[in-house]
Design a protein around this ligand. Sequence first.
Ligand code: LCS
Length: 397
Amino acid sequence: MKKNTKGIGTTAIHAGKMKDVMFGSLTTPIYQTSTFIFDNCAQGGARFAGEEDGYIYSRIGNPSASVIEKKVAQLEGGEAALATASGMGAITSLIWTIAGAGKHIIADSTLYGCTYALMSKDLPRFGVEVDLIDLNDLELLEATLKENTIAVFIETPANPNLKITDIKAVSDIAHSYNKEIQVICDNTFASPYNQKPFELGVDVICHSATKYLNGHGDLIAGFVVGKQSLMNEILFVGVKNMTGAVLPANECYLIERGLKTFEVRMQRHNESAMIIAEYLEAHPKIEKVYYPGLKSHHNHEIAVKQMSGFGGVIAFEVKGGRSAGQAMLDNLDMIGLAVSLGSDESLIEHPASMTHSTYTEEELIEVGIPSGLIRLSVGLENVEDIIEDLEVGMSHM
Ligand code: LCS
């Protein structure tokens, strides 16, 4: 593949664009079709045999998906990408393709709640061995790697407490043990605007495109990015036979549209979140702020080394704990009390009872998710209005 030398904004707008030879449409038409007509049997047979390029059936490819797959592959600096029906669709299609009974996966113990449930409960039901460990403990990682380890899964910054893991250190250790191990990074929180995991040694990137890649809170989608050969395998095994997690054409169109403003949105998310993190840290009613851009963050130096910006999600604890925090959340005017993140609208939630209720109370404490933790996704509103709303909420504590 030719190296992409264009900037992020240009890539998000122009990469993968298809020329509409029929009418010259500026935007990509929405290919709302389940299947594709063959000229004759020989052509249909050749497409199924992989001897001729062209579309067959929308579960195994659609032009609306191809355009955004090329864009996201180029944004991440990967060979190819696969669009999926959700972030969980991306993770499960990938894992089901490479895992099997008797295989071993290592993942960090701080993960998005459903990824945690997949790793801790659901994969083991099918004979996949999973060790959930603190990947900041590199000696523990070395000690946990074994002959049947096929993947190491990192989520950084992690949901919901913005835990940072050293991507390069983890990749180097895993690959020096066995270069066949797939180091996987969930890059949802950082987005390719702020973090380029391939440059730090990972093999596969996954995304919940529900978040920053789409950016408008109006759909559910995911991506896997990596080597073309692996993407083919995930398409023909994970997606085609196992999850069927296909992204519909309308969603593809909305993501293409959302990506046009990817760079300017991310600039604003980064800037506003930094201002709000500093404001919260200085606030007398706030106990602790978790944001990788703050010097007080447990792994600020690693964040500075591997990220070019720190994203739009902040976690914090208020003085007075869980009940005070819930009083604040119940009394906001503008910020939406909702799960999800990375959209134009600011959203706030309580991980222990919502996104991370898949963890037991003991597990939450063990992995550093306090019961009073609040997660704020800073949107694109004017920063002073977001702060004013936080003040309104805090006045009820
Ligand atoms: N990975 C991360 C880091 C996530 O935050 C999420 C969803 C997923 C994967 C799964 O993506 P989905 O299937 O929802 O597109 N995170 C959510 C959250 O924090 N609130 O609601 C969903």
